[in-house]
Design a protein. Structure first.
Length: 136
C-alpha cells in the first residue's frame, strides 16, 4: 500500500533519510528554509505527525524533553548519559527477532520499536569517582 503524501511530507521524509542523525522539528524547519523552501513550523509538525502514523518516521524523546525525529529506516539505539546528556549510538539491534515473533503471535503490524539505555558515560563515571562534576 502506497501512502498518499503531501509535498511537505515528502520533503521532510527525504531530508530525514539523508541526515545521519535524529533532528528536532525546529532543525527540520530551518534546514528546509535554508534550501529555499517556504514551509511553516506548524506544517512541519503536522507533516511529522502524519509520517509518524504512517510508520516511516519515529520520535525519540530526550531526558530534556526535546523530541527528535528520524526515519524508521534507520534502526538505531543509544546509550544515553543522564549526567551530561551525551548519546552514543550503538549498532546492534537485539530485538529484531522478537519483533517478528510478536507480529506472528499478535497479528500486530509493528512500525518500529524504541530501545534505549540510560546511565553514566565513561567521563561522567570518572568525574563522579573523582568527586567533581565534568567541566563540560
Ligand atoms: Zn556523561
Ligand atoms: Zn532495533
Amino acid at each position: 500500500m502506497k501512502a498518499r503524501r503531501t509535498r511537505s511530507q515528502e520533503r521532510i521524509l527525504t531530508l530525514l533519510k539523508t541526515l545521519n542523525q535524529a533532528v528536532s522539528a525546529q532543525d527540520i524547519h530551518s534546514d528546509l528554509r535554508q534550501t529555499g523552501q517556504n514551509i511553516g513550523l506548524a506544517t512541519v509538525y503536522r507533516s511529522l505527525e502524519s509520517l509518524k502514523l504512517e510508520g516511516v518516521v519515529q520520535v525519540r524523546t530526550l531526558p530534556s524533553g526535546e523530541s527528535l525525529y528520524t526515519s524508521t529506516h534507520d534502526d538505531r539505539h543509544h546509550l544515553t548519559c543522564l549526567r551530561c546528556g551525551d548519546s552514543i549510538p550503538i549498532n546492534e539491534c537485539p530485538v529484531h527477532e522478537l519483533e517478528e515473533q510478536l507480529h506472528r503471535s499478535y497479528q500486530f503490524k509493528i512500525h518500529y520499536h524504541m530501545l534505549e539505555f540510560f546511565g553514566l558515560c565513561t567521563q561522567c563515571q570518572l568525574a563522579s569517582t573523582a568527586g567533581n562534576l565534568p567541566s563540560a
